[in-house]
Design a protein around this ligand. Structure first.
Ligand code: ATP
Ligand code: MG
Length: 180
């Protein structure tokens, strides 16, 4: 499984629809300060369900919607889609390619989609359990995160190992069953 494409429209500094294509290897994103490199990482975190505006370096969630520049009007919604190659079926779905989309309108309305069909955030989270992908997964290592892992509580560090060992879904299922 690997990340094939990120499509952004109206997300932070991306006023036009932009596709970032990736291949099964290493890709570097370079550019001057303030050109939007970190916004690409924020887009991935956001589509995976990040709920904290602070984590996305904003005051409230609507701050992710393109707010306009001198020559461009603000946009009314933000949309991010990531497409993963799933030909090895590491994600527990039948599709060989999985596209996850999140949209947010200024009105506060929001939606999540898997391959174009509306779904709950929970469906996305469950699909990514034990893959290392997800807003808490180790597939995105943000600035300062290594330090957080090293100096964190043992319980928090344990969660990282659980994810890597592939037992998160069992733990969650057990917790849900015990609650019933
Ligand atoms: P650095 O090299 O300094 O880390 P960077 O390439 O990572 O820079 P980002 O932090 O990704 O840059 O991008 C910051 C830019 O995104 C700023 O110019 C900021 O004005 C712009 N930006 C953030 N949110 C929005 C928004 N909602 N609408 C328009 N522009 C935005
Ligand atoms: Mg940056």
């Amino acid at each position: 499984m690997y990340l094939k494409n990120i499509e952004v429209y109206g997300f932070k500094s991306f006023a036009q629809k932009i596709n970032f294509e990736f291949h099964n290897g290493i890709t570097g994103i370079v550019g001057p300060n303030g050109s939007g490199k970190s916004n690409v990482g924020d887009a991935v975190r956001w589509v995976l369900g990040e709920q904290s505006a602070k984590q996305l370096r904003g005051g409230n969630m609507q701050d992710v919607i393109f707010s306009g520049t001198e020559n461009r009007k603000p946009l009314s919604f933000a949309s991010v889609s990531i497409t993963l190659d799933n030909s090895d079926h590491k994600l527990p779905v039948d599709y060989n390619e999985v596209t996850v989309t999140r949209r947010l309108y200024r009105s506060g309305e929001s939606e999540y989609l898997i391959n174009g069909s509306g779904c709950r955030l929970k469906d996305i989270q469950e699909m990514f359990y034990d893959t290392g992908i997800g807003k808490e997964g180790y597939s995105i290592i943000g600035q300062g995160q290594i330090d957080k892992i090293l100096s964190g509580k043992p319980e928090e560090r344990r969660e990282l190992f659980d994810e890597a060992a592939g037992i998160v879904k069992f733990k969650r299922r057990k917790a849900t069953t015990l609650k019933k």
